[in-house]
Design a protein around this ligand. Structure first.
Ligand code: ZN
Length: 720
C-alpha cells in the first residue's frame, strides 16, 4: 500500500468517525420544557410554563395524522423518501430564488429544520450546509416518525407558544389529536411565519397560505370536497385560550419540566370541582373561605378527584395551600378507627354501654357537643352521635399508647410527638391529620373488608362490618340541613369538628369510593357554626351522589369471619348468669375475651339492671323507664374527683389556691349526705351533692356517708 493510500484511508476513517460523532446524543439537551400533568388516560389536567417563559410541552412521541399529512404536504413532500436532504427540493428552490431575484424558498427538509431548531443558528449558506450534513446523520439515528415528532414538539407557533401540543391548546383549546383539517393546516403553515397569527395584514396571507395547502391536500386525495370546503370556511384563531387548570394543587407539586400522569379521572375531576367550587363560594359568604376534597377509588386505591382548595379563582390568601395534604386538627374524625380497633381487640362489643359521665384527667375534662352527659350510651350509638365523653372513656380503656401506635401503623404521619403528649385528647382532635391520609384509612378499612387489601392493621372483618353499620346510622337531622342534600347515597360516614370551630370534616365510604371533605379557613381562624355536619356533610353527600354506584352496600359478612355469642340486650356485654333478655349476635372473634355484663344482678330473686350511682345519676333523666334499685349496698359514688387522681391547682396571683367542687351521686333523691375531708367535717348536702373545698397541696381523702351509714371515699393529690 502506498503512503498516499494510507493517508487517504486514514483521512476517510477520521472523516467517518467525525461524521458518526457530529450529532449530540440528545440534540435538544438543556431545552427547558413546561410541566405537564395528565389524568389517568393521558388527558391534560394542567401545565406550568417552562423555565424560559415558553409554553413548550415535553416532546411527544407521535404526531396526529391530519397534522402530519398537512405538514408533509406543506414543508417537505418527499419527507418519507429522502435521506435528510432533498436534492429535488434544493434544485427547485434554486430555480425559484433565481427567478425571483431573492430567497423565496429554502429547500430545507423537515429533518434539516429539526437540526436548525436544535441549534438555533443564523440562516446562512454555510449553516445550511452543516444542517444538511447533520440531517443525514439524524436520519441514520431516528425513524421518520421520530423526526416528525421532534419537529412538532419544537416548532415555533408565535408568541411564547412552542410545539404542536401547546399550540393546539392555546389556539384551539383542545388536544392536538382533536384538530380539524382547517386547524391542522393552519398549524402546519404557522411555523413558516409564526408572527402572522397576530391580527394584521399578514393574517390574510396566512389564511391564503392555509387554503392553498388545503387545496393541495384535496388534490392529493387526503380530504374530500365537502371537508375541503368546510375547512376553508374555518376562521383563524383569535385570542389564545387559557390552558386547562384542573387539580391546580397537583399540577403545582408535579416534577418540573416533564410530563407526568396522575390517577385523577378528568370527567370526575371536573364534576367534583364544580360541586366543590359552588359549595366553597356559598360557604365563603359565611366566612368559611376554604374547602378541600379528595375521592379515592377503592379498586385502584388512588385518588380519582383531587381538590386541594376549591374556587382557586376567588381572591383570597391561602387558596394556593393544598389542604388535602395539610395537617389539621382531626376533631372526631378518628373515632371510627378507635371503635373498629376496640371491637377487633375485644375491648368492647358493638353495643357495649360506655360511661358518659364527667371525667377530669389532669385538668382535661371533655364535654359532649351539647354539653350534656347521658350516663351510659351503647358504643355504636355514641359513635353515630359522635359523643366525646364516651369516646374518651373508650380510649382510656383501649390505651392511648396503643391507639397512637395504631394510627401510625395505619399510615398517619402527622403525629410527631409521643403518645403522652396528646393523652386522651388524641380522640378529640388533640393531634393533627391530613385529609388524604384520613380518607385513605377509611378507604383501607373498606378495601380490607372487601378483600382488596392485605396487611392493614384493622383487619377483622366482623369489626369492620360493625363499624360500617354504626357509621351508616344517620341520626343527626338537627345538625345537618338535609334539604341541602340532593340525594342520600348509603354510606358509612363520619363528621368531625375541631376545637374552636376551625376545621370541619366529613369522610364517607361506600363499597366503591372513599370521599373526604374538609372546610374551614386555611389560615386557621374559627367560624361559629362551622361544624362537620353542617358544612362538610352536605358536600360529602352531594359528591357521593354524583359518583357512579356499582354496588349498593357492603356484602354481609361470612359467619366464619366471627363468632356467635349471646349478648345482654340492656348492656351490650356478653351475657352474664343474671342477664334476662339476650340476643344472639355475630361478633369479632376476640369478643369472647370481653367482660360479661356487670350491670345485671339478682335483687329479691329478680334479674335487675343496675347502673353504678354516677352513671345512673346522668342516665335516669334520659331513660324514664329506668327503675332505681332500692337497698343496694352501692347507693352512692364519687363523680369527682376520681380515685387516685392528681389535681393541678395553680396558685393565684394573691397567693391563694383555687378551690375544687367535690361531687357524688346518690341513688335516692331524698338522701342526705355528710362530707369529710381528711377527718374534717365539711357539711351536709341534699339532692345535688356538691361540696366546695380549697385543699392545700398534698394527698387528701374525701369521704361521704349517708343516713344508713353507707360510706364512699376517694384519695387524691393536689399539686400546684
Ligand atoms: Zn346484662
Amino acid at each position: 500500500m502506498t503512503r498516499r493510500k494510507i493517508i487517504l484511508l486514514t483521512g476517510l476513517a477520521v472523516l467517518g468517525a467525525a461524521y458518526l460523532c457530529c450529532l449530540p446524543r440528545d440534540i435538544f439537551r438543556g431545552v427547558p420544557y413546561a410541566t405537564v400533568v395528565e389524568d389517568a388516560s393521558g388527558q391534560l389536567l394542567g401545565a406550568r410554563i417552562a423555565a424560559d417563559g415558553q409554553w413548550r410541552f415535553p416532546p411527544c412521541d407521535s404526531v396526529p395524522e391530519r397534522y402530519e399529512k398537512a405538514l408533509i404536504q406543506f414543508e417537505d413532500r418527499h419527507f418519507r423518501y429522502h435521506p435528510g436532504v432533498d436534492p429535488l427540493a434544493i434544485g427547485r428552490a434554486l430555480v425559484q430564488n433565481l427567478r425571483a431575484g431573492h430567497v423565496e424558498s429554502g429547500g430545507s427538509t423537515l429533518t434539516m429544520q429539526v437540526i436548525r431548531l436544535s441549534r438555533g443558528k443564523r440562516r446562512t449558506f454555510w449553516q445550511k450546509a452543516v444542517e444538511a450534513v447533520l440531517a443525514t446523520r439524524l436520519e441514520l439515528r431516528c425513524t421518520k416518525d421520530e423526526i416528525l415528532a421532534l419537529y412538532a414538539s419544537h416548532a415555533p407557533f408565535g408568541g411564547n407558544v412552542v410545539g404542536l401540543e401547546a399550540a393546539a391548546w392555546r389556539y384551539y383549546g383542545r388536544p392536538a389529536d382533536a384538530l380539524s383539517w382547517g386547524e391542522a393546516a393552519t398549524l402546519a403553515v404557522l411555523p413558516n411565519a409564526p408572527s402572522s397569527i397576530h391580527p394584521g395584514k399578514r393574517r390574510e396571507a396566512l389564511l391564503q397560505k392555509r387554503n392553498r395547502l388545503l387545496k393541495r391536500l384535496l388534490d392529493h386525495g387526503d380530504l374530500d370536497e365537502t371537508s375541503y370546503e368546510l375547512a376553508c370556511e374555518e376562521p383563524l384563531p383569535d385570542t389564545p385560550h387559557p390552558l386547562p387548570a384542573h387539580a391546580p394543587h397537583l399540577v403545582a407539586r408535579a416534577q418540573e419540566g416533564i410530563r407526568s400522569r396522575t390517577s385523577v379521572r378528568l370527567e370526575l375531576q371536573q364534576a367534583v370541582e364544580a360541586v366543590a367550587d359552588r359549595w366553597s363560594d356559598e360557604l365563603a359568604r359565611g366566612g368559611v373561605a376554604d374547602l378541600a376534597t379528595v375521592v379515592i377509588d377503592l379498586r385502584s386505591n388512588r385518588p380519582v378527584a383531587y381538590v386541594g382548595n376549591a374556587s382557586p379563582a376567588r381572591e383570597r390568601t391561602g387558596s394556593q395551600v393544598d389542604i388535602v395534604r395539610a395537617p389539621r386538627s382531626t376533631g372526631s374524625i378518628l373515632k371510627p378507627i378507635l371503635y373498629a380497633a376496640a371491637l377487633q381487640e375485644g375491648t368492647i362489643l358493638p353495643r357495649t354501654l360506655l360511661p358518659d359521665i364527667p371525667v377530669n384527667i389532669n385538668g382535661f375534662s371533655p364535654q359532649n357537643f351539647d354539653l350534656q352527659f347521658y350516663g351510659a350510651v351503647p358504643a355504636a350509638e355514641a359513635l353515630a352521635r359522635s359523643l366525646n365523653v364516651p369516646a374518651v372513656h373508650l380510649l382510656r380503656e383501649y390505651g392511648v399508647p396503643q391507639f397512637h401506635e395504631l394510627l401510625r401503623r395505619c399510615g398517619v404521619t402527622t403525629l410527631p410527638h409521643e403518645a403522652a403528649h396528646y393523652g386522651l385528647s388524641l380522640i378529640l382532635g388533640g393531634g393533627e391529620g391530613t385529609l388524604l391520609e384520613i380518607t385513605s384509612i377509611y378507604a383501607a378499612m373498606a378495601r380490607t373488608y372487601l378483600g382488596l387489601q392485605d396487611a392493614f392493621p384493622l383487619n377483622d372483618r366482623m369489626a369492620l362490618w360493625h363499624t360500617f353499620e354504626a357509621l351508616k346510622e344517620v341520626n343527626r337531622p338537627d345538625e345537618m340541613d338535609w334539604r341541602l342534600v340532593p340525594s342520600l347515597r348509603k354510606a358509612a360516614w363520619k363528621t368531625g369538628t375541631s376545637y374552636g370551630f376551625r376545621d370541619a370534616w366529613a369522610v364517607g365510604v361506600t363499597p366503591d369510593w372513599a370521599v373526604g371533605v374538609w372546610t374551614g379557613n386555611a389560615a386557621g381562624q374559627g367560624v361559629p357554626g362551622l361544624t362537620g355536619a353542617r358544612t362538610a356533610g352536605p358536600v360529602l353527600f352531594e359528591l357521593l351522589g354524583l359518583l357512579p354506584a356499582e354496588t349498593g352496600w357492603f356484602p354481609e359478612p361470612d359467619p366464619e369471619d366471627g363468632v356467635t355469642a349471646d349478648v345482654c340486650r340492656a348492656s351490650g356485654h356478653l351475657k352474664s348468669l343474671s342477664c334476662n333478655a339476650t340476643d344472639r349476635i355475630l361478633l369479632p372473634k376476640n369478643a369472647l375475651r370481653s367482660a360479661p355484663c356487670p350491670y345485671h344482678r339478682e335483687i329479691g330473686g329478680v334479674s335487675t339492671f343496675v347502673l353504678p350511682p354516677a352513671m345512673e345519676w346522668y342516665y335516669k333523666p334520659h331513660h324514664p323507664e329506668y327503675r332505681t334499685p332500692t337497698r343496694t349496698p352501692d347507693a352512692l359514688e364519687f363523680i369527682y374527683p376520681e380515685q387516685g387522681s392528681t389535681i393541678y391547682l395553680p396558685r393565684q396571683l394573691d397567693g391563694s389556691t383555687p378551690g375544687i367542687v367535690l361531687q357524688i351521686a346518690h341513688r335516692d333523691p331524698a338522701a342526705t349526705v355528710w362530707w369529710h375531708l381528711d377527718q374534717h367535717y365539711l357539711g351536709e348536702t341534699r339532692f345535688l351533692h356538691k361540696m366546695s373545698v380549697a385543699p392545700a397541696p398534698g394527698p387528701h381523702t374525701a369521704t361521704a356517708v349517708d343516713a344508713e351509714g353507707r360510706t364512699v371515699s376517694v384519695r387524691f393529690t393536689v399539686s400546684e
